[in-house]
Ligand binder design. Sequence first.
Ligand SMILES: Cc1ncc(COP(=O)(O)O)c(C=O)c1O
Length: 398
Amino acid sequence: MTRSKNQPTAGEFLPFCRPSINEADVEAVTRTLTSGWITTGPACAELEQAVCDRTGGQAAVAVTSGTAAMHLVLLAMGIGPGDEVITPSMTWVSTPNIISLLGAKPVFVDVDRETLLVSAESIAAAITKRTKAIIPVHYAGVPCDLDGIRSVADAAGIPVIEDAAHAIGTRYSNQEIGSSGHAIFSLHPIKNVTTGEGGVFVTDDVELAAEIRRMRFHGLAAEAWDRNQQGRSPQVEVQSPGFKYNMPDMNAVLGVSQLKRLDTFIERRAEIANRYTEGLREVDGIEPLGLPSWNHRHAWHLFIVRVLPELAGLDRDQFMAALKDIGIGTGLHFRAAHTHRWYRDQGMDSGGLPETEWNSERICSIPLFPDMTDDDIERVLTGIRSVCNVAQEQGAPA
Ligand SMILES: Cc1ncc(COP(=O)(O)O)c(C=O)c1O
């Protein structure tokens, strides 16, 4: 791999994530910046085609974030007041927020303690007459049991929208996520492929994609780019009120360039993850997530450990603070949504999600990005060993 412009050097603060930007990315963005067309246009169309080519999906629509993609899909599916949408609480707050903003109710289901994935059984138990959509999360880059979830959803006639924010390049049983059904990917800077900020909806339903395409640009029958073409009527009309969620070409072109390196990124992420798995075996109280039994390709978006205070000698927040003190960044993916203030105020924290809550208090993401050097990996492992040793010597927290 070409050395990235963002590769850290020894001794600097090591963030938990850093985008891999190389000369080809810079050149592609620069070309677009000076091309005379920087908003949604040919590069956005190229990114959408590249995502379809990569995933095998029939249609893709690029927007300004994964959150925007989820908003448009739920709107296009007519989700509104009185409806219920099943989702894990162990997810980014964007999904329950959008469900709530549409006037619908997020119905939180528990996750598996080891993988943080929702199961077909827990979804089946949460379905009611009001359930209008199911949003499983392919957590950290690992796919959910899609066959099981789809068979439960199909039997009830409820659509599944895969939250694949972490899962570009993930495979379930040799099928690339996005190859069938509906999925949203996030292209935020910490994701495996980035456009700066961005998201993309991928589907095998071309009519749904066309509706979302209209809704990303004011609900007009044509887009900014189309309107610039000769021969097209400037009198395009609003089909139904829409949003301003279109992805600019200056962002999309970065995604096109990055997507070409997706497999290289995942291979390096997997190497780092393997080294962590091996190196953490001997550290008491630091427990990586487990992997599901089904055949899959992990995209290794995140490497998550659980900090067990009784063994590690410190709790998760102390662990994160101690690593920060020695120059190592960490992340929290995620504090369970139902424990946030607004959801508590709605009475959504009344129990029933024991595995989610257990993990919400213990999980921590340690540095994982393709440009980490082997020395960086060893620095993280040594750092973890040393903060745990010091804490264990001082005695476990009360
Ligand atoms: C599980 C999950 N869903 C949805 C999103 C939303 O994506 P975005 O930040 O692109 O809006 C994220 C972002 O981190 C996420 O982690």
